[in-house]
Design a protein around this ligand. Sequence first.
Ligand SMILES: Cc1ncc(COP(=O)(O)O)c(C=O)c1O
Length: 378
Amino acid sequence: MMIPCQRHLFDIPDDIAYFNCAYMSPLMKKVVAEGHKSVALKGQPWQISPPDFFSTPERARALFAQLINAQADDIAIIPSCSYGTATAANNLPINKGQEILVLQDQFPSHVYPWRELAADKDAEIITIPRGGNDGWTPRILAAITANTAIVALPHCHWTDGSLVDLVAVGRRCREVGAALAIDMTQSIAALPFDVAEIQPDFAVAAGYKWMMGPYSLGFMYVAPQHQDGRPLEHNWIARKDSENFAGLVDYKSEYQPGARRFDMGEGANFIPMPMAVAALEQLLEWGVAEIQQSLSVMTASIAERAAPLGLSASDPSMRAGHFLGLGFPGEVPASLPERLSQDGVYVSVRGQSMRVTPHLYNNEADIDRLIKVLSTAL
Ligand SMILES: Cc1ncc(COP(=O)(O)O)c(C=O)c1O
């Protein structure tokens, strides 16, 4: 089902064509309003009571779980992709000489923690190269062997939206006993993701892009078999009975249930948390499959209209529908994003690809503006 344009929910002037959700989404007006309310609340802390440290985070945990077909117990609250990935790296077994697979040009927050782990354990990073018309998946599947300890991947590549078949990769990981650690930052809430089908060990997501939430708040799925692992840090809220503020110095070695032990310190996060809840509620109301379908139609139309300008898009079956990478016949013209922004068009360039990443706030007039400005700039 196609979702009609939702621009009225956002504060975007008519002369701005914002195609840069992969960089940072705008916030919905109601999410901004939640932020104002929660800042004001911190101005009057006598209105914040101990149960508030738990109720909104629990609501956010449950909503995020719903997005990926998990249980609230499987979800930890994290500040960033790098934090979640570091947690995964600390908890996945790997022996000397074993391999960690990543993609060429993968996002650094989902590379550096694996490099550190490989250096610590005398293990090896194997980088799957770009290339070929058959997409990433066949080359990933061929690279997974009995010597693979961890496969660390996104659902779609952050430079151009090229897609990975995570169901097939998950199946292959289980065949050889490798762990699967996913960065969902560029796909969460825009591309359907089902933990029951993919069966990842860990899956992390920063929340300020496709989740339309505030900066510095994300979520991490932890598979049940890893929920007795070691958190990065040791904060009071993650320990058993932390609801009882009077008993906090009755120190506990046990944790809160499920993945909550991995929550970051100050995970109660009074200001951003209600904002994330408001955004998640709206995303779930729209539906992830419906968002994907609606954005696929939009990117297909942009790809078609960009082709006569010499800009090429990959086969729609090889890329995520919400994420268009347009290739140039030669080098990407210098300062192109700055040139486009002078005319109110916002995209980004990553590597050799111009990322055009729309959301439900974009309309036909935005696409007209993009094409018109591109045709004068190129
Ligand atoms: C694929 C991907 N992962 C993660 C991030 C953000 O990482 P972090 O939350 O560690 O800042 C980005 C930001 O652009 C990204 O594109």
